[in-house]
Design a protein around this ligand. Structure first.
Ligand SMILES: Cc1cc2nc3c(=O)[nH]c(=O)nc-3n(C[C@H](O)[C@H](O)[C@H](O)COP(=O)(O)OP(=O)(O)OC[C@H]3O[C@@H](n4cnc5c(N)ncnc54)[C@H](O)[C@@H]3O)c2cc1C
Length: 392
């Protein structure tokens, strides 16, 4: 067992860290306060190869693997979680097209996602009535002479108003699967929809607790016609594609959580050494040391779970339950560690003067998107119970 990153992984981490610390970190607070979308930062990520880290080089990616992707996303998240989420969704969309797209789809969309020409990608699965229960979606794609006509609405779509390439899930069974209950998932297909397609419109961005530099929007599809060639994978396979993408996506959320928590622990450690009370540095108090020690231990555990899931993915081994474990543990760890960091800062931590309140706000959603903590537990338990049954 080797815990050392390879030379290639070290190089991509160095590239990501230099960009994160040199370009992203200095203006992260400003982006958060002003709710400013990082368009130019995303373009630069594209130039650095960070929008297609695990994408083949002939399609414009860095072809550096899932571990390098996880490590580089952690670096970006440590500086600005809003940029990290747009980076993560773009990588996820590019990887999904690489895995399931036709040659033409790959050639058309993947290079523009990796270079940043598409600004970013978006993943349009959730709807007002269906979040955790994604198979309950109501958006319909009706086959027509020209292809498919999509009607319905999506909610909470990250970068949905900025992305030039969206993957959109819709029912191609006319709603029959919904009426038949258990068949709901099999009636869903996935489509690649360019952001400027007539009939697709984005609503006002949500006002959120955190991730203010990331837009989260509702989308409306009103007679949005796409050609048959927009179908990603086979008719009826959409739900499987979504679940496959989310398995990888969960490694991305875990990597983000590790990055934000690492930044919070670093801020808390620095502050504890500088701030004096009762004539000595906070770091001398055992109560503060305990908080830092617990945070460092949990952060390391999350990092190892995340890297294990990324490694399994990279090696082509089953990783669904391990990715769910990494996402569950890392996102809950990030909540605890960011809260601890704020506590170490006392009253200052509750103000914009220090970044820890932003870390805490940004980390909160990691327990919600790409499957809530409760859904991760369901995925883990299902796998555990299946394994148990398989071995008796
Ligand atoms: C900032 C942000 C960005 C997002 N970006 C995207 C995006 O880019 N694309 C996209 O498609 N979606 C996106 N989402 C949506 C996100 O994935 C959903 O919010 C999430 O899946 C939960 O769905 P819901 O909000 O409808 O909650 P619900 O599914 O209504 O769940 C509410 C509560 O009930 C619990 N619950 C639900 N079912 C069960 C069950 N069977 N057992 C136990 N507990 C259960 C949940 O865990 C949760 O605590 C985003 C959300 C946010 C907040």
């Amino acid at each position: 067992m080797n815990f050392e990153p390879t030379e290639e992984q070290q190089l991509i981490v160095k590239t990501a860290r230099e960009f994160a610390m040199g370009t992203l970190a200095p203006r992260a607070a400003e982006r958060d306060l002003q709710g400013w979308f990082p368009a130019s930062e995303l373009r630069q990520l594209g130039q650095l190869g960070l929008l297609g880290v695990n994408v083949p080089d002939e399609l414009g990616g860095a072809q550096a693997g899932a571990v390098a992707y996880s490590l580089s996303l952690t670096e970006i998240a440590a500086a600005d979680a809003s940029v990290a989420v747009a980076m993560a969704v773009t990588n996820m969309v590019a990887e999904l097209i690489v895995a399931f797209g036709s040659d033409e789809q790959k050639r058309t969309y993947v290079p523009m996602l990796c270079s940043g020409e598409a600004v970013c990608g978006a993943f349009a699965l959730s709807e007002p009535q269906s979040g955790s229960d994604a198979a309950g979606m109501r958006t319909i794609a009706t086959e027509t002479q020209d292809g498919y006509r999509i009607d319905g609405s999506k909610l909470w779509i990250t970068s949905g108003d900025r992305a030039r390439v969206l993957i959109v899930w819709a029912r191609t069974d006319g709603g029959a699967g919904l009426r038949a209950g258990g068949k709901a998932a099999s009636g869903i297909s996935a489509f690649i929809v360019p952001g400027d397609t007539p009939g697709l419109s984005a609503g006002k961005p949500e006002h959120k607790l955190g991730l203010h530099g990331s837009t989260t929007v509702p989308l409306t599809f009103d007679g949005c016609v796409v050609p048959t060639s927009a179908l990603l994978g086979r008719v009826g396979d959409g739900f499987k594609l979504a679940m496959a993408a989310l398995d990888g996506g969960r490694i991305g959320i875990a990597s983000q959580a590790v990055g934000v928590a690492r930044a919070a622990l670093s801020a808390a450690t620095t502050y504890a050494k500088e701030r004096k009370q009762f004539g000595q540095a906070l770091a001398n108090f055992q109560a503060i040391q305990n908080m830092l020690a617990d945070a460092a231990t949990q952060l390391d555990a999350a990092r190892l779970l995340t890297l294990r899931a990324a490694y399994l993915k990279q090696e082509g081994q089953p990783y669904s339950a391990k990715a769910a474990m990494a996402k569950l543990y890392a996102s809950e760890m990030a909540g605890r560690v960011c809260d601890m960091a704020l506590q170490v800062h006392g009253g200052y931590g509750y103000t914009h003067e220090f970044p820890v309140e932003r870390y805490l706000r940004d980390a909160r959603v990691q327990r919600i998107y790409e499957g809530t903590s409760e859904i991760q537990r369901i995925v883990i338990a299902r796998s555990l119970l299946k394994e148990f049954v398989d071995h008796v």
